[in-house]
Design a protein around this ligand. Structure first.
Ligand code: PMV
Length: 335
C-alpha cells in the first residue's frame, strides 16, 4: 500500500436547507435531509500515502503538523478505510484548505470528502459515488454532500446501517448562474463544534422537535424553486431554514449563539438592499458567525461591495458553484 500517494480535491458546500441533528451518533446519521450548493473556489486538497509501517498516522494541515484533535479525527476516519481494505498500515496525510479551518466556513465538508476519495484510492479501493458519500458522512455529515457538484440533496435514509443516508446531485454547477458571497466576520475558530452543539440542542432545546418536523417542507420548497430557477422562492427557504436552525440552537441549555454584531448587521444590510429594490441576495449562516449570501452571479460584485461596508466584516469572497470531489493528476507537489 505504499507509493507516491493519491491527491484529491473537494469543494466545500453551504447548506441552503440546514442539517442540524442526528438520528444516530455512532454512524453519524442525520435526523433530516438537507440541501446544499458545492462551491468552486473554497475547498480542500488532500494527499494520502500509506506507509510501510503500522505506527501512528502522520497528519499535516496547511503545511504544519496538525494538533491532536485534528489528527485523531483523521486517524479514526482512516481506520474505517483500513477496515474496508483489510489493511493496518499507517498513513501520511497532507491537507491544505482554502477555507479557514473550523471557523464555520465548512472546511470539514470539503476535508472529509477529499480524504474519503484520496484515502480509499490510496488503499486500492474503488468506491462508487454513493459509497463515497456514505463514507464521507462518517467524517462529517455535510461532507457527504461535497462528493457532488452544484446543488445537492442529502437523504437522511431509513436503514439502521446508514447505507441510504447519502447525497445525490440535483442540478449541475453550470445550470444556474448563481453565486455565494461570503462575508467573513471573525478570524478565530468557533466556540462550539457542530457535533457537540447538535447534541446539546437535541437534548435540551424545546424547539428541537418542531425544527425537525419543519425540514421536509423546506426541502420540497427548495427542490421546486431550484427546478424552476426561482431565486426569490429559494431565497425565502434559505433564510428561514438558517434562522430556524439558529433559533433552535439558541433555545439550548446553555444557549448556543454563533453570531456576533457583524452577523446581524450583514443580515440587515442584505435584507435592506433587497427591500429597497437593490440586488436580490438571501443570507444564511452555519456553525459560525460568517454570513453567506445566495444571489445571481450578476449581482455578486454589488453585494460583496455592500457587505464590505458593514462594520465588523473583515473581507468578502465570491464563490461560484463548483464540481464534486475529484482526483488531482500529478497532485503530489501541490499540497
Ligand atoms: O457536517 P457537520 O457535522 O460539520 O455539520 C454541519 C452543520 C451546518 O453546517 C450548520 C449545517 C449544514 O447542513 O451544513
Amino acid at each position: 500500500m505504499s507509493g507516491g500517494g493519491i491527491t484529491a480535491r473537494a469543494g466545500t458546500n453551504i447548506a441552503l436547507v440546514k442539517y442540524w441533528g442526528k438520528r444516530d451518533h455512532q454512524l453519524n446519521l442525520p435526523a433530516t435531509g438537507s440541501l446544499s450548493l458545492t462551491l468552486a473556489e473554497l475547498g480542500t486538497v488532500t494527499r494520502v500515502r500509506f506507509l510501510d509501517s503500522t505506527g501512528g498516522d502522520r497528519v499535516s494541515l496547511d503545511q504544519m503538523a496538525a494538533d491532536d484533535a485534528f489528527s485523531g479525527r483523521v486517524s479514526r476516519f482512516l481506520d474505517l478505510v483500513r477496515q474496508r481494505a483489510g489493511a493496518t498500515a499507517a498513513a501520511e496525510v497532507l491537507t491544505r484548505n482554502s477555507v479557514p479551518t473550523a471557523a464555520g466556513l465548512a472546511s470539514s465538508a470539503s476535508g472529509f470528502a477529499a480524504l474519503a476519495l484520496a484515502a480509499t484510492r490510496a488503499a486500492g479501493l474503488a468506491l462508487s459515488a454513493d459509497q463515497l458519500s456514505e463514507l464521507a458522512r462518517r467524517g462529517s455529515g455535510s461532507a457527504a454532500r461535497s462528493i457532488h457538484g452544484g446543488f445537492v440533496e442529502m437523504s437522511p435514509g431509513r436503514r439502521p446501517d446508514g447505507a441510504d443516508a447519502i447525497a445525490r446531485p440535483l442540478l449541475e454547477p453550470g445550470a444556474w448562474d448563481v453565486c455565494l458571497v461570503v462575508a467573513v466576520t471573525a478570524s478565530e475558530a468557533k466556540t462550539i463544534g457542530s457535533t457537540a452543539a447538535m447534541q446539546r440542542t437535541a437534548a435540551t432545546s424545546p424547539f428541537y422537535r418542531a425544527w425537525i418536523e419543519s425540514v421536509d417542507r423546506d426541502l420540497a420548497d427548495a427542490r421546486a424553486a431550484i427546478e424552476t430557477r426561482d431565486l426569490h422562492r429559494l431565497g425565502a427557504v434559505v433564510e428561514r431554514s438558517a434562522l430556524r436552525m439558529h433559533a433552535t440552537a439558541m433555545g439550548a441549555e446553555p444557549p448556543i449563539l454563533y453570531w456576533n454584531p457583524a452577523t446581524v448587521a450583514a443580515m440587515r444590510a442584505v435584507k435592506g438592499a433587497r427591500e429597497s429594490a437593490g440586488p436580490g441576495g438571501y443570507f444564511t449562516m452555519d456553525a459560525g458567525p460568517h454570513v453567506k449570501v445566495l444571489c445571481l452571479a450578476a449581482d455578486a460584485p454589488v453585494i460583496a461591495a455592500l457587505l464590505q461596508t458593514v462594520p465588523g466584516v473583515h473581507r468578502t469572497l465570491i464563490a461560484r458553484p463548483g464540481p464534486g470531489v475529484a482526483l488531482v493528476e500529478g497532485g503530489e507537489t501541490s499540497v
